[in-house]
Design a protein around this ligand. Structure first.
Ligand SMILES: [Zn+2]
Length: 155
């Protein structure tokens, strides 16, 4: 499957442009300062030899100054939704009740509570990994987590 990603740009004068971009381009665009990645965007699974990455199917650019990109606070529900209820370590689908937020780099090692350091994990993997990095635990991540951004009206 050749995955295409839609990059949508909103301009001030109600002009909206949708573009199809390649995966490689999308990965670069995700880090753009004006990029907005809805937390509930459909995700495409991108496999490389070393790891799988979840890339949103839609990336939004807002040139409209009425909105600014905003990174919401990561929550357990937000992480669960972003990772599609999948355990980042064993890849199993887990129910919200069995899900936990795992710090990739543990808090005890200075790992921050940010979207790129938090993943959805089943209890078994979370306990097995304990206070170790994925490398130390020999538990590689199945996908690289992304940071969602939403459109916010500035004050
Ligand atoms: Zn697991």
């Amino acid at each position: 499957m050749i995955a295409t990603i839609t990059a949508t740009t909103y301009f001030t004068n109600n002009i909206v442009i949708h573009r199809q971009v390649s995966l490689a381009r999308a990965v670069t665009l995700m880090d753009h300062a004006n990029a907005i990645i809805p937390p509930d965007a459909d995700l495409l699974e991108v496999r490389s030899t070393s790891q799988t990455m979840l890339v949103p199917a839609v990336i939004i650019f807002s040139v409209d100054k009425a909105f600014v990109p905003h990174v919401p606070m990561p929550t357990k529900a937000g992480i669960y939704r972003r990772d599609r209820g999948m355990c980042a370590y064993c890849g199993r689908s887990i129910s919200f009740g069995d899900a936990s937020m795992d710090h990739i780099v543990p808090q005890s090692l200075g790992g921050p509570a940010t979207w790129d350091n938090l993943v959805n994990a089943c209890r078994r993997c979370n306990e097995k990994k304990a206070n170790r990095t994925p490398e130390q635990a020999g538990m590689p991540l199945r996908f690289k987590p992304f940071t969602p951004k939403v459109r916010l009206r500035p004050e």
